[in-house]
Every structure is written in structure tokens, then in C-alpha cells.
Design a protein around this ligand. Structure first.
Ligand SMILES: Nc1ncnc2c1ncn2[C@@H]1O[C@H](COP(=O)(O)OP(=O)(O)O)[C@@H](O)[C@H]1O
Ligand SMILES: [Mg+2]
Length: 310
């Protein structure tokens, strides 16, 4: 129902979004996953018609809306990456202000305010000044603002960055319920793989302005069906051992994180024997060795040669 076709944005010489195609079907929860600078915010600013693309189209039910942004203004609820609230007003007053912008008034507005405060779990603190709220609470009010006009689609730009784990969990659970219980269509942007894995039916992976892979989590992971991951936990980190792992026949990639080593190997490689032999000769103890199915992080690594959070 909402579709981006060949969307592109160039800032001076920097291609922020490079010809991406993306669609949302009614009721879907779609993730846009990519590291910082991938072009996620630029992409969704264009999709929500807040920014003009250099080229490409945004379509709502097949109709181009870039020249008629009012067509989708009431359909979309956008939660920007940066908090957009009046800090000197209370949460209630902010909601009232933004609700009026959407033409809501009187009893209907009051009911809407109560309903969205209930969704974000801040009903009891609605009269406090926003400037006194924690980062997580501000974020939740920002989400409430995006919901005030009862949109069909909610577009969220990294709503959990920089907030405490409890608020983060609250937001994730709320997004899940909006999608599964209220049937709201969701476009969720993040650089956290586990959030997108938890919330989204379908995922677009973005890097350097391009969509580099798309599909369900299972489809994306099946890109790596020919590979598996061996996760080693060692009693120490030792460079000579890591080097020998990198040079071991059959090892495609080694990711080192302190005393754990992740080896990407072809599926069914029987390398554990050799790995243990090398450990012995290097006088390194292998505390544990696990063979894991790949994660989206591994898919990203495979496609780009980098980790998602580098
Ligand atoms: N208003 C802007 N002017 C110039 N460059 C920008 C602007 N907004 C974003 N960029 C650049 O576009 C690229 C993509 O940025 P952004 O869309 O914010 O990525 P993400 O949201 O994935 O972190 C970056 O290289 C960023 O520096
Ligand atoms: Mg961003």
C-alpha cells in the first residue's frame, strides 16, 4: 500500500540514498536495518514526504503522493530520530497541541489523548513538564504524538537509541502490540539486529545508501545456508592463536572479541579436531566450542565484510 520506487537522495556529492525500492503491505511490520550513516533516516524522511527526493517516487495505493503530501499526512504517524516536543509544556499539553494540528478537538481530542497516554504507559505522569522526563519517557511521548491522529502506518526512526533498558523494552513491546493487536502497519528503523529480529516480519538491510538484501529473517539467513559459525570461548586472548585460526584451511572469516572467537566456516566443515590441536600447541584452553546457526549480523558481515556496529 505504501511504496518507494527508485528513491534517491544526493546531498552535494554524497549519495545518501541510492535508488532504493521498498514497500509496505497493510498490517506488516517491516524493519529497515543498517549501521549509522546507511541512509535510513534520509530514506524514511522521503517516504514520509518530509524531504524531497533527488529522484524516485513514493506511492500510496499506486498513486504518486510526492506532489500531494496531504494524501498521506493523516495516514502516517512519524516518530523522528530526534525528539520533537515542547519541553516547557506538560505531556498532556504537548499532545493537545499536536492533536489540534491534526484538526482534533473537544471530547474526541480528550479521548485520543487518554488513549495514546495509555498506549505509552504515561497516563499518571501526563501533567509533568516534559523537560523533567527521562530520555525514555520523552521518547514515549514522542511516540504518543505520532499516534494522536490514529494513523494506519507508524514509521519509527531508531526509537530506542540512548534510553534505559526498561523504556527500551516498553517501547519494543508497545510496537509489537500496535502491530499484532491493533493491526497497525509498522516501518521500524534500527541498527540493532535483535530489535528488528524481534519485531519485524520482513527486513530490508541497508548499507551505504543501498538496500543490500531483503526478505524475511529466514530468507535472509538462508543466504548463508552454506555456512555456519563456530563460536570459541578461550581462557585468554592470544594473537598467535587467532592468526592460526585465520590461516586454517576452510575458515572463511574470524571475528575476535576479547577471549571469544567467531569462525565462519562452510557448513559441515569438521574443523573442531584441528582447532583443538592448534589450541593445544598454542597453549590456549578452549573453554567452550559451539556451532551456531547464522544470525542477521552474520548475513550483514557476509554481504559487507563488516560488522553491523562498526
Ligand atoms: N541534511 C543532510 N545534509 C548532508 N548530508 C546528510 C544530511 N542528512 C544525512 N546526510 C548524510 O547522508 C548519509 C546518510 O545519513 P542518514 O540517512 O542519517 O543515515 P542513518 O539514518 O542510516 O544513520 C550520511 O552520510 C549523512 O552524513
Ligand atoms: Mg538515522
Amino acid at each position: 500500500m505504501l511504496e518507494a520506487v527508485g528513491l534517491r537522495k544526493v546531498f552535494k556529492k554524497n549519495v545518501a540514498v541510492d535508488d532504493i525500492n521498498l514497500y509496505l503491505e497493510e498490517g506488516e511490520s517491516v524493519g529497515l536495518l543498517g549501521p549509522n550513516g546507511a541512509g535510513k533516516s534520509t530514506a524514511i524522511s522521503m517516504i514520509s514526504t518530509l524531504m524531497d527526493p533527488t529522484s524516485g517516487d513514493v506511492k500510496w495505493n499506486g498513486e504518486n503522493v510526492l506532489k500531494k503530501p496531504n494524501k498521506i499526512r493523516n495516514v502516517l504517524g512519524v516518530v523522528p530520530q530526534d525528539i520533537a516536543l515542547y519541553p516547557e509544556l506538560s505531556a498532556y499539553e504537548n499532545l493537545k497541541f499536536f492533536g489540534k494540528l491534526y484538526g482534533l478537538k473537544g471530547k474526541e481530542l480528550e479521548l485520543k489523548i487518554t488513549s495514546v497516554l495509555d498506549i505509552v504507559g504515561l497516563e499518571e505522569r501526563k501533567n509533568e513538564q516534559v523537560s523533567k522526563y527521562s530520555g525514555g519517557m520523552k521518547r514515549r511521548i514522542n511516540i504518543a504524538v505520532a499516534l494522536i491522529h490514529d494513523p494506519q502506518i507508524i514509521i519509527m526512526d531508531e526509537p530506542t537509541v540512548g534510553i534505559d533498558p526498561q523504556s527500551r523494552n516498553h517501547i519494543l513491546e508497545m510496537v509489537r502490540r500496535l502491530n499484532t493487536e491493533k493491526g497497525m502497519t509498522v516501518l521500524y528503523t534500527s541498527h540493532y539486529m535483535e530489535e528488528v529480529e524481534r519485531l519485524c516480519d520482513r527486513i530490508y538491510i541497508m548499507d551505504h545508501g543501498k538496500v543490500i538484501a531483503t526478505g524475511t529473517k529466514q530468507e535472509l539467513i538462508s543466504i548463508l545456508s552454506s555456512e555456519e559459525t563456530v563460536l570459541l570461548t578461550l581462557d585468554q586472548s592470544k594473537q598467535s592463536f587467532t592468526e592460526r585460526m585465520k590461516n586454517l584451511d576452510g575458515v572463511l572469516q574470524v571475528i575476535e572479541n576479547d577471549t571469544s572467537l567467531k569462525l565462519i566456516v562452510p557448513k559441515g566443515s569438521r574443523l573442531l579436531g584441528s582447532i583443538f590441536n592448534i589450541a593445544e600447541s598454542e597453549e590456549v584452553q578452549i573453554v567452550s566450542a559451539n556451532i551456531q546457526v547464522p544470525t542477521l549480523e552474520d548475513v550483514f558481515l557476509h554481504l559487507t565484510g563488516r560488522k553491523l556496529r562498526d
